[in-house]
Write a protein that binds this ligand. Structure first.
Ligand SMILES: C[S@@+](CC[C@H](N)C(=O)[O-])C[C@H]1O[C@@H](n2cnc3c(N)ncnc32)[C@H](O)[C@@H]1O
Length: 224
């Protein structure tokens, strides 16, 4: 299959810094702070992997998966000369063919789910949740769902549509509205535990969402 990130892949992180300063990077690493040494963490659609490197620096056992050879080459470039307690494992695969079910303490989808049309995004999200251990976490970092007054929402939408416009042209990503990730996460039997927003021009434009499986009480289990 053709590598959709051949053109824009090499400059992906550069564009993200121009577009947000360090805010996109902060959104991508926000939930790494809760990791414990030795935790198994998966980054799906990893891109250049600075978030994965941050997790490895914290002592996590990191696996990264990406369909694009161009993106993985950039991860390798960023890994040159670095050593961690657990070396980062690179997997070149479609995430839907990666089936290490219930293996991960944390599964991270940073700016990954937004590349798909909504129905398929839910299929991918559902698959990602199967990779999470029973007590583990699922993390999504992405563009903030529009909230607040009309001007705030207009800015959040404009900020998203400029980005998705560029990636639709150069990487053939799906063109769509901003997804309501918490709603989809909850519909898959997870509860949102923590969210952190990141401002661009003082407006919450990016966020990181951390979720875990909904707890089922004994009474509910017996009734089921
Ligand atoms: C918008 S980029 C996000 C990259 C990175 N997570 C970040 O936050 O910078 C989307 C990434 O998902 C990868 N990707 C797209 N479809 C994929 C699939 N089906 N399986 C695995 N990776 C995929 C692309 O190659 C690309 O690296």
């Amino acid at each position: 299959m053709a590598d959709k990130y051949k053109i824009i892949g090499p400059v992906y992180d550069f564009l993200s810094t121009i577009y947000s300063g360090r805010q996109i990077h902060k959104a991508k690493t926000a939930m790494n702070v809760d990791l414990n040494e030795g935790d198994k963490i998966l980054f799906a659609g990893v891109g250049h992997g600075q978030d994965a490197i941050d997790a490895a620096e914290r002592g996590a056992q990191v696996t990264v998966v990406d369909l694009s050879a161009t993106m993985l080459k950039n991860v390798e470039k960023n890994l040159k000369g670095r050593a961690f307690k657990y070396p980062i494992r690179l997997v070149h695969s479609d995430i839907l063919e990666f089936d290490e079910t219930a293996e991960y303490d944390q599964v991270v989808a940073n700016f990954f789910l937004n590349v798909f049309p909504e129905d398929f995004m839910v299929t991918v999200m559902k698959h990602l949740t199967t990779l999470v251990k029973p007590e583990g976490h699922f993390v999504v970092g992405d563009f903030h769902f529009p909230t607040g007054n009309i001007l705030t929402k207009a800015f959040q939408n404009a900020y998203w549509y400029i980005a998705v416009g560029i990636f639709t042209i150069f990487a053939k990503n799906a063109f769509h509205k901003i997804y309501n990730y918490p709603k989809h996460i909850e519909s898959l039997g997870f509860s949102v535990e923590k969210t952190q927003s990141f401002n661009v021009l003082m407006i919450p434009s990016l966020w990181s969402i951390k979720a875990s499986r909904k707890q089922v009480s004994k009474a509910q289990q017996e009734a089921a």
